[in-house]
Design a binder for this molecule. Structure first.
Ligand code: ADP
Length: 263
């Protein structure tokens, strides 16, 4: 009870109507790629969206957006870097990668708190936060400092990735972070020749895990070079054809999220 009161006292005032965490059990499963494209999907549907890359140990947003601008400071707050109207902030804009990835404990908590508190986002409908793989100081700090609508867990269909997800989910539940569901990335490959979906790592593996953990799989995404084309050379997939399989997957996922968190 006493701890609850202390946490409430320390909470950062609300600046986004909804905060969604994007998390994963392990690295390299497409968490950052997903977070960016989900942000673009919500932006496409006219929501005011911010994307915060809080992956302190391996920020990838500057690379994904191909930008190395330094955020300006106004009234002691960082101004987000806007790329095609999407407001973004990343620890990677503020310090060199080799600096942040050796931080531990108090340094990490301080950096995350600053990213949550000192960015002038303006009014946001949705803030999407890309968190480091696993569950640690970053997720704990976020859960204590702001109200989170829910977390999305990104996984790939391989067994090892799913094992890490299971561990991660238990940790999220311990810190009372609501989990909105799983997203299976790199689920299948669509062959140019036959246009069929090939589930090369096994079909519906995440679904079994989700059922066991009483969770929902909110979507499956294909292995596709379209999804990862550089932001500056191509318009991101989300801004291309509306009938594309990837666009449709993101559209469905965004709809399910909206329902779950009642946007
Ligand atoms: P994480 O944030 O989990 O470490 P990233 O988003 O950085 O993962 O993705 C890891 C690598 O996999 C990157 O090279 C990315 O371009 C690639 N990737 C992610 N999703 C897909 C996909 N659906 N199809 C093909 N490549 C992908």
């Amino acid at each position: 009870m006493e701890n609850d009161n202390i946490n409430k006292f320390l909470k950062i005032p609300k600046f986004a109507k909804h905060v969604i965490l994007v998390a994963s059990g392990k690295g390299g499963v497409g968490k950052s790629t997903f977070a960016l494209n989900l942000a673009l999907t919500f932006q496409h549907f006219k929501f005011k969206v911010g994307l915060l890359d809080a992956d302190i140990y391996g920020p990838s947003l500057p690379k994904l957006l191909n930008t190395n601008k330094e955020p300006k400071i106004e009234n002691k707050n960082f101004l987000p870097i806007e790329v095609n109207g999407l407001k973004t902030m990343s620890i990677g804009y503020l310090v060199p990668e080799e600096t942040a990835n050796i931080w531990r404990g108090p340094m990490v908590i301080k950096a995350v708190t600053q990213l949550l508190k000192d960015v002038a986002w303006g009014e946001l409908d949705i803030l999407i936060i890309d968190t480091p793989p696993g569950t640690g100081d970053v997720q704990l700090t976020i859960s204590q400092k702001i109200d989170v609508s829910g977390a999305l867990i990104i996984t790939t269909p391989q067994e090892l990735s799913l094992l890490d997800v299971k561990r991660g989910i238990n940790m999220f539940r311990k810190v009372n972070l609501p989990i909105l569901g799983l997203i299976e990335n790199m689920s299948y490959y669509i062959c140019d020749e036959c246009e069929k979906k090939h589930y090369i790592f096994g079909k519906k593996s995440s679904l079994k895990l989700a059922n066991n953990l009483d969770l929902e799989v909110l979507g499956e995404l294909p292995i596709s070079e379209n999804l990862i084309k550089k932001y500056d050379t191509q318009h991101p997939i989300i801004k291309q054809k509306k009938d594309d399989v990837i666009f449709k997957s993101f559209f469905d996922i965004s709809q399910k999220i909206q329902k779950k968190i009642k946007i």
